[in-house]
Design a protein around this ligand. Structure first.
Ligand SMILES: [Zn+2]
Length: 225
């Protein structure tokens, strides 16, 4: 009975996608094992899951799956857990004295829902107003990708991107909007294939109505090349 109650609570927490913290909950010993050691442990765990499901792992098609999944978890999907992978914070002086907002829109987001370990796929739109420092354009894509490569909730991802850019650019004037599909909603549970989730975080001047409006208008521009 107790276990069933807890399971129900877990399931509703997951299906409601309630996050609990701005920082990714990471254990103190998260990097005690090397990547190779982690892959070695995880491949046995994946094998165990597959065998428990009744799959025959001697089949040629399934044989390599545990190692493949373990490598994918550690080196790709969740590589952004490791602070060493954080994009370097190289910035430049704003030589043109460009004082308007800069918007990088339609940045691809590939992340993973931390409640179901299913993909989150979408677009991020990031903007800042320089107060003397600028970053290379691709830096914004890299920052989005770094924080996306973790088990995530979309709200946290949005906040983490803004906080990081605020740190790097030394200004509060940073904003981010993410529009993404969660496969745990689209392909299971409620199975609503059409719906997507929009989250936003507005810092500094972007909290002001007009600045926010301008940013949101740029996002709506239908750029075709
Ligand atoms: Zn989910």
């Amino acid at each position: 009975m107790k276990i069933e109650n807890t399971l129900e609570e877990f399931e509703s927490l997951g299906d409601e996608h309630i996050g609990t913290s701005t920082n990714t909950p990471i254990r103190k010993d998260a990097f005690k094992l090397s990547n190779d050691e982690k892959i070695d442990v995880i491949k046995d765990d994946v094998r165990h899951i597959m065998e428990t499901l009744g799959l025959d792992l001697t089949d040629d098609s399934l044989n390599g799956t545990p190692l493949r999944v373990a490598k994918m978890f550690v080196k790709e999907l969740f590589a952004g857990l490791n602070p060493d992978k954080k994009p370097s914070a190289s910035t430049f002086e704003n030589k043109y004295k460009y004082g308007e907002m800069l918007v990088e829109k339609n940045i691809s987001v590939y992340s993973t829902c931390e409640h179901h370990l299913l993909p989150i796929v979408g677009k991020a739109h990031v903007a800042y107003i320089s107060n003397g420092t600028v970053v290379g354009l691709s830096k914004m894509n890299r920052i989005v990708d770094y924080f996306a490569k973790r088990p995530q909730v979309q709200e946290r991802l949005t906040i983490q991107i803004v906080k990081e850019l605020q740190d790097v650019l030394k200004t509060e004037d940073v904003a981010c909007v993410i529009d993404a599909k969660h496969l745990c909603v689209n392909s299971r549970g409620i199975k609503d294939i059409e719906c997507s989730t929009v989250t936003s975080e507005f810092g500094g001047k972007f909290k002001e109505k007009e600045t926010r409006r301008e940013f949101l208008d740029y996002i709506k521009l239908d750029t075709k090349f």
